[in-house]
Design a protein around this ligand. Sequence first.
Ligand SMILES: [Fe+2]
Length: 222
Amino acid sequence: MHSHLIPGVDDGAKDVQDSIQIISGLKELGFYHLITTPHTLQDIHPNTSETLKTGHLKLQGKLPEGISLNLSSEYYLDEQFQKQLNENSLMPLPGNRLLVEFSQISRPHNLEEVFFDLGIKGYQIILAHPERYLFFHKHFDYYKRIKEMGVELQVNALSLTDHYGKHVKSIAEKLIEKDMIDFIGTDIHHVKHLDSLKKVPYTKHFERLVKSGLLKNKDLTQ
Ligand SMILES: [Fe+2]
């Protein structure tokens, strides 16, 4: 439910061949229902629903057997996002959910306002990889606050390893210990991530997460 598999639209799959190679690797790992979420980020990947749909069409008829690939986006909370929100041109995940991200270095000043506004407009927010926002690390209560606002949290599978660093791993584990995680995603960008994913160990935290009954990933395939 979090991946970068559309060819040539962001820092994920480069071309159709690359996309198919990653998707085939995911199938080998046991994935069948994929929702891909390329970046929509004004300054670096200024996608629109149209550019993403065009890229998605390039993969039709080429997918490995048994694979479904649905399309949404990982929306960076910037001016372009506000514009697409106002134009009603966003592409939510099932359940009117929006996967969102923002700066990993500094907290947006109006974050709660934006979340509140999206809730009023009927969107359910999923915050992508909350464990990767460094400024949250010293303010764990802030995770609780946004959860209380109804925001769902999506951990990256690779955050359960040292892939993004020990601090990110320890925050991911803490979020799991506190039963605060709603979704797990790969956030896969390229074939090298397949090897990293194969090495994710079945730790006590991973076990707690998958056995918690709290994960809502299946809700997105219905
Ligand atoms: Fe991502």
